[in-house]
Design a protein around this ligand. Structure first.
Ligand code: HEM
Length: 545
């Protein structure tokens, strides 16, 4: 054994063998075991060498022998991994940046230097390599082809959710969104579908109206100022609505005009996630060691407290958790914490970003603002406040919201999937091997002129009878994703966004205050959902009261 430890051939062979083992299966969420396990083994081998090798007299000599073996082992492992990923990997035929073939840390460096806007970096790759498929990681592809959507996200897709989703299982269990078990998802989705059925939406309507009225009241107060940070007020609205509809907990942010502690934590925690979220094992380690994830862990525990409180009451108006909580059971299952966090983030940051971007677009295109206002003015002209029913059937309003969702999707980089072991073949004959991580870059797909002619133009008319020729392939419009994992809250989101936007237009003329909303363009951060940058506007009330 002592001789084996001194053999560089054995160390190198073990390095190659380890690479062979790591090459199959999912190791991302075992790094926390591998690192201490390797250190323990190192210590044990030093002790063994000291005791069993007659050529060794001091601990330092034993350490030197084991360290040399470890260095040869690690160098062989690293060289083997690098050469294999760069030149022999099953994805080698797909173009992409050289460094990305070898490590995902390449993405992190680009994200940090690219204003945390991964979606723009990915779009740049598709343009640079002039291809729909780019290799963005050692075993990862970005697929920007509308033809591939049914195969990757569609209802009959054989792809499953990728390893990205399981980063927080050990802390909070799996949410409806993060569960990778198809059957588990199907079972749980039934309750969520009930929570967002037409009947449930009607029950949530009064809450949306109440919060919208309060938003308008607050904006009217602040309209006296030269500049109103409308992005913050929309954010307060979005989170207040979700807290209320979700589990009957008003965050009171609109009332106070400031961010609730819980929501502040969500946003702080997202900063780190926007940097490291692309490497699942790093996220797993952050959550296990709490390094860089303190805010997220505190948020998770606050959510748990909120659920405990919520379980004690029966709200006067039903909320989403009325459908999810099992009243016959004393305990709140772990996965409900995850669902609760999902609801807040999925339901608020998304509508917040979409509405903020829509205000930005309408300030950028004053003619579009005037046209939309004229059309919404004609909806229930005698009412001072437009409720969900008044705005339910206005194609031009929906067109404007769709344009914001198309040009500025709230989940811009797409959703991670893994191909089935047999791989998939795209309609153009391209074969994507099995167990490949694939992302469909929603931002790029929705700005593709093959699907949307004049793609960068904000044009609500393309969604109405006025200019339908500006949509060539509607399949490429997937802001809410598609298939069985699509957004369960999309009807609620549309209802909220219609009511807010129609009433904003009815109440105010909107214009940029100061610059042309540069922070929205430059400071929005891609943290899976988009943390939208600040937008300041000048609001001119249209009516005295
Ligand atoms: C502009 C608004 C919204 C956009 C763009 C949006 C987008 C999305 C997308 C892209 C997904 C797929 C996530 C994935 O596969 O990993 C998703 C899922 C989900 N969304 Fe939304 N969303 C919005 C609003 C809402 C609202 C208001 C809610 C209400 C709570 C909500 C709740 C959910 C839930 C629970 C899921 C997980 C569904 C599942 O996995 O079965 N979303 N959303």
């Amino acid at each position: 054994m002592a001789d084996l430890l001194r053999s560089r051939t054995v160390a190198a062979a073990l390095g190659l063998f380890t690479h062979f083992i790591f090459n199959s299966g999912e190791w991302d969420h075992h790094v926390h075991l591998l690192v201490p396990g390797g250190s323990l083994l190192f210590g044990a081998l030093v002790a063994f060498e000291y005791v069993a090798d007659p050529r060794v007299f001091t601990l330092f000599q034993a350490f030197q022998v084991v360290a040399t073996a470890a260095a040869v082992y690690l160098a062989t492992l690293a060289t083997s991994v690098i050469i294999y990923r760069a030149y022999f990997h099953r994805l080698r035929k797909f173009p992409g940046p050289f460094a990305a073939r070898i490590t995902k840390f390449d993405t992190i460096s680009r994200v940090i230097h690219g204003d945390y806007q991964l979606y723009k970096i990915i779009e740049g790759f598709h343009k640079k390599y002039k291809t729909d498929i780019v290799r963005t990681g050692p075993r990862e592809l970005s697929v920007a082809s509308a033809d591939a959507i049914p195969l990757i996200y569609g209802p009959m897709s054989k792809c499953r959710k990728g390893v990205w989703y399981s980063g927080a299982y050990h802390v909070e269990g799996a949410s409806l969104q993060t569960t990778r078990d198809h059957q588990d998802h199907r079972e749980r989705r039934k309750a969520w579908d009930r929570a967002f059925s037409a009947k449930s939406l009607r029950e949530y309507e009064p809450r949306i109206n109440r919060h919208t009225r309060l938003l308008l009241e607050k904006l009217k107060e602040h309209a006296k100022e030269q500049s109103v940070r409308i992005s913050s007020w929309i954010g307060f609205f979005a989170f207040d609505v979700m807290g209320d509809i979700g589990y009957n907990r008003g965050f009171g942010m609109l009332e106070k005009g400031e961010e609730d502690e819980m929501i502040e934590l969500v946003h702080k925690s997202m900063a780190n996630m926007s940097t490291f979220g692309h490497i699942p094992w790093v996220v797993g380690m952050m959550l296990r060691t709490s390094v860089g994830a303190k805010d997220l862990l505190t948020f998770m525990s606050l959510v748990q407290d909120v659920l405990v409180e919520r379980k004690k009451i029966t709200p006067a108006e039903p909320d989403v958790f009325s459908h999810l909580i099992d009243d016959t059971k004393e305990e709140i299952p772990l996965q409900l914490n995850a669902d609760s966090r999902l609801m807040i983030v999925a339901g608020s940051d998304t509508t917040h970003a979409t509405l903020t971007w829509l205000v930005w677009e309408l300030c950028m295109h004053k003619d579009a603002q005037a046209k939309l206002r004229k059309i919404t003015d004609e909806l229930a002209p005698n009412k001072s406040f437009l409720d969900a029913e008044d705005v339910a059937n206005c194609p031009h309003l929906d067109g404007a919201i769709n344009e914001s969702l198309r040009l500025h999707p709230a989940v811009p980089s797409g959703l991670q999937r893994e191909t089935p072991p047999s791989g998939i073949t795209l309609p153009d004959g391209t074969y994507i091997p099995g167990e490949t991580t694939v992302w469909m870059p929603i931002h790029t797909l929705q700005r593709d002129e093959r699907s949307f002619p004049d793609p960068l133009k904000f044009m609500p008319e393309r969604w109405t009878d006025e200019a339908p020729e500006y949509i060539k392939d509607k399949r490429a419009f997937i802001p809410f994703s598609a298939g069985v994992y699509n957004c369960v809250g999309q009807k609620l989101a549309m209802m909220e966004m219609r009511v807010v936007m129609a009433n904003l237009l009815r109440s105010f003329e909107m214009d940029f205050a100061g610059d042309m909303g540069e922070a929205v363009v430059k400071k929005s951060r891609d943290a899976f959902t988009l943390s939208v940058g600040a937008l300041d506007v000048k609001l001119t009330p249209r009516y005295k009261n």
